[in-house]
Design a binder for this molecule. Sequence first.
Ligand code: SAH
Length: 347
Amino acid sequence: MTNAQRILELKMNHALGADDLKALYTTLNAEEEQMLFDAACEARRAVYGTDVYLRGLIEFSSWCKNNCTYCGIRRGNRNCGRYRLDPDEIVECADKGHALGFRTIVLQSGEDPWYTDDIICDIVSRIRRAHPDTAITLSIGEKSRESYQRYFDAGANRYLLRHETINPEHYRMLHPEEMSRDNRIRCLYDLREIGYQVGCGIMVGSPYQTVDYIVEDLLFMKEFHPQMIGIGPFIPHKDTPFRDMERGTVEDTLHLLSIIRLLQPDVLLPATTALGTIDPRGREKGILAGANVVMPNLSPTGVRTKYMLYDGKICTGDEAAECRRCMERRVEQVGYHVVVSRGDWKG
Ligand code: SAH
């Protein structure tokens, strides 16, 4: 098959074998790249039109008990400024987001045991009561099935947990001994069975990643069929063991966004902050490659610089309202349309 035929195959059948995925990903020329982007945009348009969904992101704690080798807020980083917002501050932030028009609030943090299940449920149920029209997304890491069930019963609707890599050997190279790929995947299946809309995903160009691993990830995601897929470039952080590793590239990230869109036209796919960090127009390019979600930051400006997952992270200075306006401008400049509804999955 030629790349043109591969793209056509993806367009028609939303599927492609491992060898052809690998060939497509590794041999795209400029003309084929444009074909790929166009095909991805067409596939998205059929499901979501030109709508781009806004999610208000609240990064509520930079404390983490894990020691993921790539991550700037890993336990072992003594230079990380640690903070945690108390439940009142988190609820206030969510209120502010709602007043700005956000109908999806994402609560993300390191794995911080200070927030017991009771506290998380308290936060979720207070937001749920105050804003019945708003989707609540959690992104707080690996928990027991019972905990996930409690958060769900308290009113959480969605959960983001990137699997990072489906390959166990690769997983081992990115995480300390006490973590495992199997537990992370267990979490994803538990979340789905409980009834959450679930998001998984990977970093593009993470250390030791090979094209074969990426193909395994694509096939896993195709099979798991999550509602959301988060992918962004790996960016080294100066206070981690991966400080001298290469970052992922804009091109690879855009190509993967398009391939994922074509494999799964109904997926909710963010143009991530990490992509905006390595390219000033990264998020716009992401949308033009098939992304349909952006996640402006709602965290209080006083704590933003402490939630540094990687070096150079953007949007650490702007007030929430300014972040919203800025994203709106960017999305509209490339011909898309920001919508502030819940933006549920259309599968
Ligand atoms: N504790 C939560 C949230 C983790 S931070 C959890 O475990 O899910 C959210 C995502 O940021 C991670 O899943 C990871 O894919 C990404 N991330 C972490 N460090 C990064 C880095 N150095 N470069 C790019 N992305 C990174």
